[in-house]
Structure formats: C-alpha cells, structure tokens
Ligand binder design. Structure first.
Ligand code: NAI
Length: 375
C-alpha cells in the first residue's frame, strides 16, 4: 500500500521515515518547496547517520530513501491507500485539505489526521465519506517514540481502529485506541504533571529544582520544569489552554499564569536559551533542597493528581486501563503505568491524599474521581 503524507514538517517527515522503513512507497506533499527540500535533506542525513552507526546497510538506506517521493502538488497522493495529514494545527485549513484530497483518492483510501488538539470528529465532518476518517497521533520524534494514539471519530467505521492499530504494529509502533476527547490519552492524563508542579511552585511550597528532583526520585526521567523547558512553553501552554477550554473550564486543567508570563517574555525554554532555567553557557543551575520530607510531600501530591486523572479518563471511557498505562509509559516514558501505580500505592492512600488537598483548599480541582471509588 502506498502511503501519503501531507505536510513535511517535524511530524510529517518523521512519519514518512517510519512508513518507508516499514517497506511502503511514500509520497510526501507540502505546499512549500522549501519545507520539502528541508525534509528531503534531513532524511538523507538521518539515513547517512544510521549507516555510519551500523544500524542499517548502505544498500537498505538507499532503497528506503528511494521509496520516498517529495511532491509539491496534492494530486500526487491520488494512488495512496492511506494518507496521514500533519500540517498546521488549524481546523479550517485541515478541513479544506481533506475536501481537496477526497476528490482525488479512491473511495476506500483511509484518511487520517495527526492532530494533537483538534477534534477528529470535527475534521471528519468536513469529509463526504467520514466513515473512513480517523486520528493517527504520533509522538515527536516519530521514528523514535513507540506510541501511536488511534482515535476513531464519532463517524468512523467500527473496524477501522483495529485495521490502523494492526498497521501501526507492522510499523513497529505501540498503538493504543482512545475516544475522541480533548488531549486524547497522553495530553490529558499528563496535565497534572505540569499543572500541579506549577501550583506547588506558585504557592511557594518549593522551588523548581526541588520539585524536579522530587519527581526524578520517583523514577521520572525529567522533572516537570525541565520537561516543560524542553517541550517549549509556547507548545505546552497552548495545549494546557486548549484542554482547559475543551473541558469546559474544569479547574483540574487550569493553566498557570507563571507559565503564561514565560510565553509573553519569549522565555520559551531550551530552544530560546531561557525558560524556567537559564541555558546560557556557564549559567548556574539551582540546587534542590535536601529536605526528604518536602520531596516526598511534593511527589505524593503530583502522583495523586496524575493517578486520579488516569482513573478519571478510564472511568469516562477514554481508553482501557491497559492502553492508558501503555500510553504513559510508551508516549512520555513514565516509570510505571498510572493505573497500576495507583493499585500499588493503594487507592485508599490516593483518596486520602486527594481528600486532604480538597479539605485544605476547598477546591473542586482536588475532587476524587468516581473512577477511583468504583475501582
Ligand atoms: P510543522 O510546522 O513542523 O510542519 C507543518 C508543515 O505543513 C509545514 O511544512 C507547512 O509548509 C505544511 N503545510 C501547512 N499548511 C499546508 C497545506 N494547506 N497543505 C500542504 N502543506 C501544508 O508542524 P508539525 O510540528 O510537524 O505539526 C504538524 C501536525 O502534527 C499538527 O497538527 C500538530 O498538532 C501535530 N503534532 C505535532 C507534534 C509536535 O511535537 N510537533 C506532536 C504530535 C502531533
């Protein structure tokens, strides 16, 4: 089956690489010649590095690279069996691209979007055959991150999710199926990792180095502040804002003014040389406190919020418990799945921690999920 990719930016070029490595002929279409050239050069140098490291042979590299065509017109996608769109995150632009595409491709061509925050159902609604439309959400960088979220729209054919999940397995990925809800699995369940850390920081309970260290001590590869600096505050803040609005302003998802200020200052994180931390050469990194009790209190609070969110997502039918745990371990490298971690700690302990927070703050933000009570 020939695979079409629309958009040759960070995601499109990564997905093209994955599909070509899995043996498909791939056509990448972008409206900007410069973006196509950039993607082609980047792919060339990626394969050169893989050959240099002995990961693939020169011959394989040449044949994989030879399977990818870079094209400036959408017509070049006409003979594809699956087209994955990875263009700008704008609902109207995505809708109009799919309307043009539908006129070209065969009636059984699968249409997919890589959107991370838009409604898959809303994009599908623009298509004349929405039943063959689905979300296939890769993580950045697509060739390295194993997780793929498969998101059927309300209109999607019942079998399409498992067809796409099988295809992703054949591409060497770990697919999880989730309901078309704001943030899907990862971008919803991970929100407290950032927002509760910011809340603890805003309240002056601990500084960012101490909060980061507390979470690293729990097995997370990066603390919340260093991770937000790496993701970029523009990206992370936008996701938080969009999930907050899409969840009808549920206080659990409330963004932080502190992060908004960083965006306003253009202190976007590592890529800007400045975020929560200063990345200038020779800049000193603050030391975490050595107070063990404080570290435990911080990680207990953030973990309780994360576990509560995971149980809530499961309770509301976003995904199976297994897929929620897979998503967090394979998509954002959490040391353990949150559903099983909750059981390991004891759900009564999580309820107790949440109740203490709710009593202390009197906020709905800290309500225990019905999913925990029912588990
Ligand atoms: P990007 O900005 O790197 O690339 C987008 C590309 O789409 C550009 O090359 C642009 O020229 C092209 N494009 C824009 N409008 C077009 C149109 N009408 N027709 C053809 N080409 C068009 O964006 P990126 O980061 O690759 O994101 C793409 C999509 O993937 C977005 O929907 C984003 O939300 C999603 N996504 C992004 C992730 C990330 O970490 N960057 C992770 C997962 C999903």
């Amino acid at each position: 089956m020939k695979i079409g990719i629309i958009g040759s930016g960070a995601m499109g070029s990564g997905i093209a690489q994955v599909a070509a490595q899995a043996g498909h002929d791939v056509v990448v279409f972008d409206q900007q010649k410069s973006a196509l050239d950039r993607a082609e050069n980047a792919l060339k140098s990626t394969f050169a590095k893989l050959v240099e490291k002995g990961k693939i042979s020169e011959q394989d590299s040449a044949s994989i690279f030879g399977r990818v065509a870079f094209r400036e017109t959408i017509d070049s996608l006409s003979s594809c069996g699956l087209v994955i769109e990875a263009i700008v995150e704008n609902l109207d632009v995505k809708k109009s691209v799919f309307q043009s595409l539908e006129k070209l491709v065969s009636p059984d061509c699968i249409l997919a979007t890589n959107t991370s925050s838009l409604s898959v159902t809303a994009i599908a609604a623009a298509c004349s055959k929405p039943e063959r439309f689905i979300g296939i959400h890769f993580f950045n960088p697509a060739p390295l991150m194993p997780l793929v979220e498969i998101i059927p729209a309300l209109q999607t054919n019942a079998e399409l999710a498992s067809t796409c999940a099988n295809l992703m397995r054949a591409w060497g990925k770990v697919p999880v199926v989730c309901k078309d809800t704001p943030g899907f699995i990862v971008n919803r369940v991970a929100r407290p990792y950032y927002s509760e850390a910011l809340r603890i920081y805003d309240e002056g309970i601990a500084d960012m180095a101490t909060i980061d260290s507390a979470m690293r001590n729990q097995g997370f590869r990066m603390g919340p502040f260093e991770l937000m600096d790496m993701i970029g505050h523009d990206v992370n803040y936008t996701v938080t804002e969009s999930v907050f609005a899409a969840m009808y302003f549920d206080p659990r998802f409330r963004p932080s003014i502190t992060q908004k200020k960083l965006v306003e200052a253009n202190w976007l994180g590592r890529k800007a040389g400045r975020g929560f931390y200063n990345y200038a050469e020779g800049a000193e990194r603050p030391n975490p406190s050595s107070d063990v009790e404080l570290s435990t209190a911080i990680s207990n609070r953030i973990l309780a919020m994360l576990i509560n969110e995971a149980y809530d997502a499961h309770y509301l039918g976003v995904a199976s418990a297994e897929d929620i745990d897979l998503a967090m371990t394979k998509g954002v490298n959490y040391p353990k799945g949150l559903i099983s971690w909750g059981k390991e700690i004891g759900l009564d302990v999580i309820v107790e921690r949440m109740n203490v927070l709710q009593l202390q703050y009197g906020e709905d933000r800290y309500r225990v999920s019905a999913g925990i009570h029912k588990a």
